[in-house]
Write a protein that binds this ligand. Structure first.
Ligand code: PYC
Length: 331
């Protein structure tokens, strides 16, 4: 049997977004968190087939659109990636909204504004358009908070590293410059990837991170390595590790949100402050602390993240069950 998926490919500040506009499965559930669980139980082969090699690659990331569950909202989104189905993805949202508007896949109730249901919660979006082109997308993310600070992990070659864990739609271990790690500028992407593979396992063996309102969101999935910005007008730079071998080419929307929550908790960022985050390739997101709130008795922020995406291709992808690599592979 052959299954076909009509995909639109884009990149957000350098990181891929493959929007599955046709061929996605019908999912059961009263919200995107429940639909995410259904997808993971029965349809994960679609994710691995479209994201892993030979149809994708280590950094591949995408989304599938669904009708909203609340008629006040415009769209619901499932994120698919080499790493799994993320509760929330910032670069994925910026790319998905750019594609959806430019290709007419979503007709917003109010032009310029989209209320998007993600598995992690409601994300409010403003976008700018010139003619048919979307020039920027600003997302107001789900609440972000510092979950733990000053934890330690043994890292191959580097020794003991101190890290914080913050939530910005996914849980991030944030490794700031310190005695045994002076910043990402001293290392190659391959070194950061091989250390991340080891320390993420160790972190999850020794600690548990669970979202207070949705226990299906758990585990430290991403490692954010910090460094000095290339452009002195930026606030900071990062290399975010995800999946098994990926470093985000964008500045990472949920990582930027997590890092702003960490900085806010440490008194380094206040309501209204702007945080310009650079990626490993120097592309930028503009973050801002929009609100300071309480989440289940914890201090949290509502972060916003703004960036751009470019649509570059239409791709009808077949998954044929006589293909030995129908469901993809990773090396
Ligand atoms: O932008 O949130 C993000 C993201 C997560 C993983 C890769 N990018």
């Amino acid at each position: 049997m052959t299954k076909s998926f009509f995909c639109v490919d884009a990149h957000t500040c350098g990181n891929p977004v493959r929007l599955v506009a046709g061929g996605g499965p019908v999912l059961n559930g009263a919200n995107m968190s429940e639909k995410r669980q259904h997808f993971l139980r029965e349809y994960d082969w679609i994710r691995t087939g479209l994201m892993f090699e030979p149809r994708g690659h280590d950094m591949m990331s995408g989304s599938i659109l669904y009708p909203p569950h609340n008629p006040e909202n415009d769209v619901a989104v499932l994120f698919i990636e080499t790493s799994g189905c993320l509760p929330m993805c910032g670069h994925g949202t910026i790319g998905t909204i750019t594609i959806a508007i430019e290709e007419g896949l979503v007709k917003p109730i109010t032009p310029g504004i989209i209320r998007m249901e993600a598995p992690a919660g409601l994300v409010k979006i403003e976008y700018q358009q010139t003619g048919n082109k979307v020039t920027s997308v600003k997302l107001q993310n789900v609440p972000a908070y510092l979950a733990a600070s000053n934890l330690e992990v043994e890292c191959p070659d580097l020794g003991t590293l101190t890290f914080d864990v913050a939530y910005g739609g996914n849980f991030y271990a944030i490794i700031d410059p310190q005695k045994n790690f002076k910043g990402i500028e001293d290392f190659t992407g391959s070194q950061l990837i091989s250390w991340s593979q080891v320390i993420r396992k160790r972190i999850n063996q020794n600690h548990s991170f669970v979202h207070p309102l949705d226990p299906t969101i758990n585990g430290c999935s991403h490692i954010l390595w910090a460094g000095a910005p290339l452009d002195p007008t930026s606030t900071a730079r990062n290399a975010v590790f995800y999946g098994d071998k990926a470093i985000d080419r964008s500045p990472c929307g949920t990582g930027t949100s997590a890092r702003m929550a960490q900085w806010h908790a440490k008194g380094k960022l206040q309501k209204g402050d702007v945080f310009i985050h650079e990626s490993i390739i120097g592309s930028k997101f503009t973050g801002k602390v929009e609100e300071v709130i309480q989440l289940n008795g914890m201090d949290a922020i509502i972060p916003s993240v703004e960036g751009w995406a470019k649509v570059f291709g239409y791709n009808t992808i077949k998954i044929d069950d006589d293909d030995p690599y129908a469901f993809g592979f990773q090396v």
